[in-house]
Design a protein around this ligand. Structure first.
Ligand SMILES: [Zn+2]
Length: 279
């Protein structure tokens, strides 16, 4: 695979007009410009290490080329070139060696993750996957911006309040709701993608809005509220009877998991719903 390894070259920034010397071919005075080409080895087109340098002078009159390393510079040319380089030196671009750095980082990362993995497998017995996590994820997918009184009355009430309270702060069409009952527990999930405009320090008010709003309706006084506010990327607010996380940035969604405990009650709740529909 010829393209795995190879060499590349780039012309360095500074170029010098050679003074007090004539072109060995056309004998014109001060017509030559000299510069340096730096070569590097690349791996998949990422420069890995710098290799050689070539300094070349070109005559602007006759277009002849002279290579310093091939001893084609006259002593005058060499002197002029070197004195100008001393004043205004050409340094090699850092990226010519960046591959070395990337490879080093990759090796450190690989070794690091191997060590961490080894310690983890030694010390911790593997955690069983929490089914409640998957249940929460499924419920988070059920949120809708248009909850109805018939299918999800809790969400419907909260939306009514939020539409008024969040006016001007958040686009109400981008707020999604879902709620679920399990015995005397109610899970309320609110998904707001456009939370940027609400400062994280004042986001906890959203939890207050929910509780105030439900206080206006009957049937919520003796319920345990499990409230989760989901932002664009992660849960930003969580409020539950067992603990809350309302700093407004990264909330621990595991606090919501106890909602899913005692699954028999959940079946009961579903049956009640079905009966109501028959009527
Ligand atoms: Zn010339």
């Amino acid at each position: 695979m010829f393209f795995l390894f190879g060499t590349g070259k780039s012309t360095l920034k500074n170029q010098y007009r050679l003074t007090n010397c004539e072109c060995p071919v056309c004998h014109q005075q001060n017509t030559m410009i000299a510069g340096t080409i730096a070569k590097y080895a690349h791996f998949f087109f990422i420069p890995v290490i710098p290799t050689s340098r070539l300094s070349i002078a070109v005559c602007s009159s006759c277009n002849s080329k002279f290579v310093l390393e091939n001893k084609q510079f006259t002593p005058e040319m060499e002197q002029s070139f070197e004195s100008q380089q001393k004043v205004n030196p050409n340094s090699r671009p850092v990226w010519h060696g960046c591959g070395c750095f990337i490879i080093l980082l990759a090796i450190i990362f690989l070794i690091g993750s191997l060590i961490i993995g080894w310690f983890k497998s030694k010390d911790e017995p593997e955690k069983p996957i929490d089914k409640r996590k998957a249940m929460l994820k499924k419920d988070l997918e059920k949120v809708t911006s248009k909850p109805t009184l018939e299918t999800d009355s809790t969400s419907f009430y909260i939306k009514e309040c939020f539409d008024i309270m969040l006016e001007g702060k958040v686009n109400s069409k981008e707020v999604d709701y879902y709620s679920k009952v399990n015995g005397d527990k109610i899970l309320i999930l609110i998904d707001i993608d456009d939370l940027k405009k609400v400062q994280s320090s004042s986001r906890y008010h959203l939890i207050e809005y929910v509780t105030e709003c439900l206080n206006m309706h009957e049937g919520y006084h003796d319920k345990q509220l499990y409230i989760g506010v989901d932002g664009m990327w992660n849960m930003v607010l969580v409020s539950t009877p067992n603990g809350s996380d309302t700093s407004g940035k990264f909330a621990d969604e595991e606090l919501l998991y106890p909602f899913y405990d005692e699954s028999q009650n959940m079946i009961e709740a579903v049956e009640i719903k079905a009966e109501k529909k028959k009527k």
